[in-house]
Design a protein around this ligand. Structure first.
Ligand SMILES: C[S@@+](CC[C@H](N)C(=O)[O-])C[C@H]1O[C@@H](n2cnc3c(N)ncnc32)[C@H](O)[C@@H]1O
Length: 326
């Protein structure tokens, strides 16, 4: 656990360094939220629950606690520092359409032409992909990779060896790479509409993946059948009106008896004591479809579409939903 705690401390220090440097240069870094005592306790117990589950996952999947390169870490942090003033200005101005220099691909739907999280270039440039995973770790104070790996462990009794797996919304490839640290023998295809994000994944994790699919899930017609399909923090970025076409693609891609693992934020139907954290997330980060996402329970939705819910679990302020398709 020493490595885990070191990582958390490093990201915490980096977060505070970004705040400090912003103060020195007068950049508009929003102050941290003022939390009540009860909210602080809720965060602490959610965090402790996550760490306890992480200890168990590491024992069961010894490859899951891989050491990352400190040199690459420093390079990525440098990129974040360089981008910081522009990012903070955009966030301060609530400018979510700062994409004038981007040439959108023909199949790109309007809903995607945004600066999600106010990030520079949205999901449309290699630089954005280079910063993405590190930014997410700073945002979750070094627990994002732990959340994902604890979530993937839900598939421990489903995956036995070299199953065919598809991840949709794979981002920069980090979430898929972390999946493979638990299940190294699987053959993992990753689907991602951000072409430069996919390029980054191809370059950074060239040995990890079987196939790189540059597509929106709603346009994906699979030419093979997968044993498992999963997504990690993707559904809340897709407008609810598109979920039916996304689900049609998932069903066509999955074998009968195959499994679907959805990892995403908790919603209005989840613990009332956790709703303050979801409110704060929606306020701090530009997530255009988060309010409608919170209202449409994922577990109800997928069950209505013919999936059987096997297990639901909590991961910090997110949840895992494991379904099968009969
Ligand atoms: C919050 S990121 C999560 C990335 C990665 N899975 C992770 O855990 O870090 C959401 C990802 O979903 C992708 N995405 C958004 N809409 C999508 C769609 N309709 N089909 C497939 N991917 C989509 C985005 O391009 C982005 O890479």
């Amino acid at each position: 656990m020493l490595y885990t705690y070191t990582k958390i401390i490093v990201y915490l220090l980096e977060y505070n360094f970004l705040r400090l440097i912003s103060k020195v240069f007068g950049w508009p870094f929003a102050p941290p939220p003022k939390l009540t005592q009860v909210q602080k306790q809720t965060i602490n117990s959610a965090f402790k629950a996550l760490i306890n589950r992480w200890k168990v996952v590491q024992e069961k999947f010894p490859g899951s606690n891989e050491i990352s390169s400190p040199a690459n870490h420093l390079v990525r942090f440098g990129l974040i520092l360089k981008d910081l003033p522009g990012f903070l200005t955009r966030k301060n101005q609530k400018n979510s359409r700062d994409l004038l220099r981007i040439n959108f691909p023909a199949e790109c739907p309007d809903y995607f032409k945004r600066n999600y999280h106010y990030q520079t270039d949205g999901y449309f440039s290699y630089d954005s992909a280079s910063r993405y995973d590190h930014q997410i770790e700073i945002l979750f104070l070094g627990t994002a990779h732990i959340m994902r790996k604890v979530a993937y462990a839900e598939l421990g009794d489903v995956i036995k060896g070299n199953e065919n797996v598809l991840e949709f919304g794979a981002g920069s490839g980090a979430s898929g790479h972390q999946f493979k640290s638990l299940f190294p023998d699987t053959s993992l295809d990753i689907l991602e509409p951000g072409a430069e994000y996919l390029n980054y994944a191809r370059k950074t994790y060239s040995q990890t993946f079987n196939q790189f699919i540059p597509k929106f899930m709603e346009n994906f017609k699979s030419d093979k059948k997968y044993d498992v399909v999963f997504s990690c923090f993707v559904m809340h970025e897709i407008p609810v009106s598109y979920w039916d076409t996304v689900t049609t693609s998932i069903k066509e891609a999955l074998k009968t008896g195959g499994h679907l693992l959805i990892i995403d934020s908790q919603q209005n139907c989840d613990k009332s004591a956790h709703q303050f954290a979801l409110d704060q997330f929606g306020e701090d980060f530009y997530e255009p479809y988060f309010p409608e996402f919170r209202e449409r329970s994922l577990e109800d939705y997928f069950q209505e579409k013919g999936f059987r819910l096997i297990r639901k679990n909590e991961v910090l302020f997110s949840k895992t939903l494991l379904f099968s398709l009969s």
